[in-house]
Design a binder for this molecule. Structure first.
Ligand code: HEC
Ligand code: HEC
Length: 453
């Protein structure tokens, strides 16, 4: 009897542990896979990858200082700012690595919301056409001795949305205008407002392979579900060829490095090996402070990109709570996951900690027509004026814990997650209509699920 029990225990232990190990490898997906961190406080977006090696951690913390660095105009170690710019540090816009607040009043210089501008049409490579004397972005600040390109004026059109059950929600559509320009803007300028998005998990998104993306893309809606995810093919500066885009609200940057190089140049007025001309180059303004040399070395550029690549994704919370489970089920039955694809397995990555991770970013990284209400009518490469990259939803529930003034959607128009859903149109119209028809109790379960991501 005794011996039998021991044998049985050994068998249970052996096979039991074996199945557990196997099931862990086959099925366990988590926000950022093994890179996931468990934090739900105001610093939740500021940790390095949980599985980081000692050397990765070391490089991450050095890079953190570069991300926080405030650049100056003088020829110093972190010099070269401007002559025109939007903010002087990455972190001034990506608050605690999360989102910016939209302008709280006209003349608010703290906001990380910026205006992309262009003329109708596009360049031979498919990029937006720069506005003569203003370029592709309105720079609202300048260094001493020169003037900013212009300022942002915001007004709102508010409408009450009424659910079939009588509940209401107020939706605000912001209208951004350009005022106080240093010279008159030409007619027909196209304006697109962009609020700074969160920057954690960039390395994991980057490590999703093109073949995996191609397997999900459905440009012609071959499965007739009304949803046609499209890859944005955009110009990659390093390889001088068209490549799949992933970063930015319209997926028009190919790598975290190129996105970072673009930020240094357009947002901060710092030249680098990717963008070697000042953002004010060739304009009838701000020529005095123009530098002919590179402001940001490749080492500094690589370091800032390394930082965003190695910021961990926070874990979802209360995942065994009944309402969470029910909300997740509703997310699927409303077909939200047709665009907000829950799971991916990353491919091989240069930073080994990012390779082969089972992640849950809730995005297909593809472009979707989101309807006229969200449209900016400013195409970027293959992305039309109505199309946006599906926003990743990982960590979204902590948005306002990290920055209480942060809001949702590309231009920050939605004050709550619920409002963000109510703005969905185009390919997402049916999902939104089905959400609206849910009972209040069911809507609350769906929102509880999202707030715990
Ligand atoms: C003036 C505000 C501002 C500054 C300064 C700024 N960013 Fe951004 N950042 C934005 C906005 C707005 C976007 C979205 C751009 C778009 O849609 O094309 C963005 C996008 C990004 C993204 C892509 C996020 C995603 O989900 O695809 C990364 C990565 C990023 N920024 C990193 C940086 C780094 C690194 C720096 C410093 C070198 C920096 N940013 C400086 C406003 C800013
Ligand atoms: C057709 C594709 C599609 C479907 C279906 C869809 N979404 Fe989205 N979703 C998007 C895109 C694209 C954005 C970004 C839009 C923008 O910024 O203007 C977005 C943004 C969001 C945001 C705001 C994200 C942020 O970072 O600010 C939330 C929340 C959201 N979706 C939830 C949902 C829910 C819940 C459903 C189902 C009821 C759903 N979505 C269905 C494509 C989709």
């Amino acid at each position: 009897m005794y011996r039998l029990t021991v044998v049985a225990l050994i068998i249970i232990f052996f096979f039991g542990s074996c199945t557990k190990e196997e099931s862990k490898d086959v099925t366990v997906f988590e926000a950022g896979g093994k890179t996931t961190i468990y934090s739900s406080g105001p610093d939740a977006y500021t940790f390095p990858l949980a599985n980081a090696s000692a050397s990765t951690i070391d490089a991450h913390f050095k890079a953190d200082a570069d991300f926080a660095q405030q650049f100056v105009s003088a020829p110093a170690l972190f010099g070269g700012l401007g002559p025109v710019f939007n903010q002087n540090a990455c972190e001034s816009c990506h608050i605690r690595n999360g989102r910016s607040a939209v302008p709280q009043f006209n003349g608010d210089m703290q906001s990380g919301l910026l205006l992309k501008i262009s003329m109708p049409g596009h360049t031979i490579q498919g990029a937006p056409n720069p506005v003569p004397d203003f370029g592709l972005q309105l720079q609202t600040k300048s260094i001493f001795g020169t003037v900013a390109e212009g300022q942002i004026h915001k007004s709102n059109v508010s409408n009450t949305f009424t659910y079939p059950d009588g509940e209401t929600s107020t939706l605000h559509k912001p209208i951004y205008q350009i005022v106080q320009t240093y010279k008159p803007l030409p007619p027909h300028v196209v304006v697109s407002a962009r609020n700074a998005p969160p920057v954690f998990g960039m390395g994991l998104l980057e490590a999703i392979s093109i073949s995996a993306m191609q397997a999900v893309a459905d440009e012609t809606d071959a499965d007739f579900n009304g949803i046609s995810g499209k890859i944005n093919w955009v110009w990659d500066i390093a390889s001088a060829s068209l490549m799949r885009g992933k970063f930015g609200y319209k997926a028009s940057h190919t790598t975290a490095l190129q996105q970072t190089a673009g930020a240094f140049n357009e947002d901060m007025g710092l030249t680098n090996s990717y963008f070697d001309a000042e953002n004010a180059h060739g304009q009838s303004n701000a020529q005095i402070g123009l530098q002919t040399h590179i402001d940001v070395s490749d080492a500094l550029l690589e370091s800032a990109a390394f930082y965003v690549r190695t910021i961990a994704v926070p874990a979802a919370r209360n995942t065994t709570n009944q309402a969470f489970v029910a909300g997740k089920q509703l997310f699927k039955s409303l077909n939200c996951n047709a665009c907000h694809k829950e799971q991916w397995i990353t491919g091989p990555a240069f930073i080994p900690e990012l390779s082969h991770q089972k992640i849950e970013p809730y995005t297909d990284l593809l472009l979707h027509d989101m309807g006229d209400d969200l449209a900016d009518n400013r195409p970027e490469f293959s992305a039309s004026g109505n199309e946006w990259r599906t926003a990743p939803l990982w960590g979204i529930g902590l948005t306002q814990v990290v920055n209480p003034k942060a809001t949702f959607l590309h231009d920050g128009r939605a004050h709550t997650i619920e409002e963000a859903i109510l703005w969905h149109g185009g390919e997402a119209q049916k999902s939104k209509d089905d959400f609206v028809r849910l009972s209040k109790a069911e809507r609350e379960k769906l929102l509880l699920f999202l707030k715990n991501l």
